[in-house]
Design a binder for this molecule. Structure first.
Ligand code: PMP
Length: 448
């Protein structure tokens, strides 16, 4: 048998094409690079010509690797757990890493979220949240199965989660008949919207809930910032009104903090910034510092009590890899770093990153074809007035020493929290250069 670790990385790229599917890409699309190593904020890559590149990971591997790669504290935590046990079923058994993690999550999330379900990915935690809301309503003697979500939402790729994603961008038509028909409110107003605009949206939400309240099991939102659906912040009053409306109709308010949680938008949890506590909160991505897949569903006492009083008495879900001990060990270590009171914590990181993003992206505002350049906490976005050429952007960013993965009209970054201002400057320079290349007169073809 050939040793896979000894294969030439170039051949990895070649062997990949036509063999493996990548996210939302044709089978033969191929990858841009193969990864040969990673350390700190950098990924070591090999291109199709066999050339090596060390690039800053401006994506934090889809917003998860917040402490960077091969972080010594994270590595040590995983190694220690490996020396104990890597996996064990969670039905009828428990273990220290799961209990330690759950205690920490209860301590660090907004007060009132006292019960924890550990799921295997963000999408699965959303599935569990949707099932929980339906179970909650049944236990209350109601047959409510629909969900109220927001246009522009993204909650994951499993079937239930897809159903509450944006009805246009979420490919509902492709999967008509498979996805449940859900209810959508227009995108909430931007943070800088006028009071009149905010009031108009709130009135729309109230009228909608008046008309459909009897069907609504739960309301699901990404609090204060919509990520994959458009990298767009919104006004806290919209979230506060949804909290009030959910209480009024006794629907379960589900806050999907999978992307926003752990400091990314500039507060530890976006719900806390808006001064609300949801009934259910989903966490993922940065939860394990991107080391392993794990998500957590946090739930209020009131909702948990209703589930316990239901006919099943249980939350009806139980995956094979529930509460995987290695993933729990990674999450405990990640949370220790995130909430450390030194420069490694999320707060100091965002204080360092946000101003660097702001100054670095400012030049993009001068381009005619840039609709907006905005910074929300540790997220920097340049939104074009046209679709991004992914191939062009990837190439220009790589030439500037950065790995970026734009989508639709957005060239964006969520740099690792360990990034120095100089590293952030490298990222923003690449973003501005990539944006500039999309101007009129710079011919490009729109690639997928
Ligand atoms: N919810 C939100 C807000 C997300 O951004 C994502 C992933 N981008 C998910 C859910 C799904 O998480 P996962 O990819 O881990 O299934």
């Amino acid at each position: 048998m050939p040793d896979p670790a000894r294969r030439d990385p170039l051949s990895t790229l070649e062997r990949d094409s036509g063999l493996l599917w990548h996210p939302y890409a044709p089978l033969d699309a191929g990858a841009h690079f193969s990864v040969t190593g990673a350390a700190g904020p950098y990924v070591d890559l090999c291109d199709v010509a066999g050339a090596s590149h060390r690039l800053v990971d401006g994506m934090s591997s889809w917003w998860s690797v917040v402490h960077g790669y091969r972080h010594p504290f994270m590595d040590a935590a995983l190694t220690a757990q490996l020396g104990s046990f890597s996996h064990v079923m969670f039905g009828g058994l428990t273990h220290g890493p799961a209990v330690d993690l759950a205690e920490r999550l209860v301590a660090f999330t907004p007060p009132g979220l006292d019960h924890v379900f550990l799921a295997d990915s963000g999408s699965v935690s959303v599935e569990v949240a949707l099932k929980l809301a339906v179970q909650y309503q049944r236990a209350r003697g109601r047959d409510r199965r629909r969900f109220l979500a927001l246009e522009g939402a993204y909650h994951g790729d499993t079937t239930g989660a897809m159903g509450v994603c944006d009805p246009v961008g979420g490919m509902h038509t492709d999967f008509a008949g498979l996805l449940a028909s859900q209810l959508f409110l227009p995108r909430p107003p931007l943070p800088e919207a006028s009071p009149a605009e905010v009031d108009a949206w709130v009135i729309k939400a109230e009228n909608f809930v008046d008309a459909h309240g009897a069907e609504i099991a739960g309301i699901i939102v990404e609090p204060l910032f919509q990520g994959a659906g458009g990298m767009r912040p919104y006004h806290p009053a919209a979230l506060q009104s949804l909290r009030r409306l959910a209480t009024e109709i006794d629907a379960v308010l589900i806050a999907d903090e999978i992307a926003t949680g752990f400091g990314r938008t500039g507060s530890d949890f976006a719900c806390r910034a808006a001064g609300i506590t949801p009934d259910v909160m989903c966490l993922g991505k940065a939860l394990t510092g991107g080391y392993l897949t794990l998500a957590a569903l946090m739930c209020s006492e009131t909702v948990a009590d209703v589930i316990t009083a239901s006919s099943h008495r249980a939350l009806m879900h139980g995956p094979t890899f529930m509460a995987n001990p290695l993933a729990c060990a990674a999450a405990i270590a990640s949370i220790s770093l995130l909430f450390a009171a030194d420069e490694g914590g999320w707060e100091a990181a965002i204080a360092r990153i946000a101003p660097a993003l702001e100054s670095g992206l400012a030049p993009a505002r001068g381009f005619e074809h840039v609709a907006e350049a905005r910074v929300t906490g540790g997220i920097g976005v340049v939104e074009l007035d046209r679709p991004v050429d992914v191939g062009l952007t990837t190439r220009i960013a790589a030439e500037h020493g950065v790995w970026l993965r734009p989508f639709r009209r957005h060239i964006y970054t969520m740099p690792p929290y360990i990034s120095s201002p100089e590293v952030v400057d490298t990222v923003t320079a690449a973003m501005v250069a990539a944006a500039a290349a999309h101007g009129d007169g710079c011919e490009f073809e729109v690639a997928s």
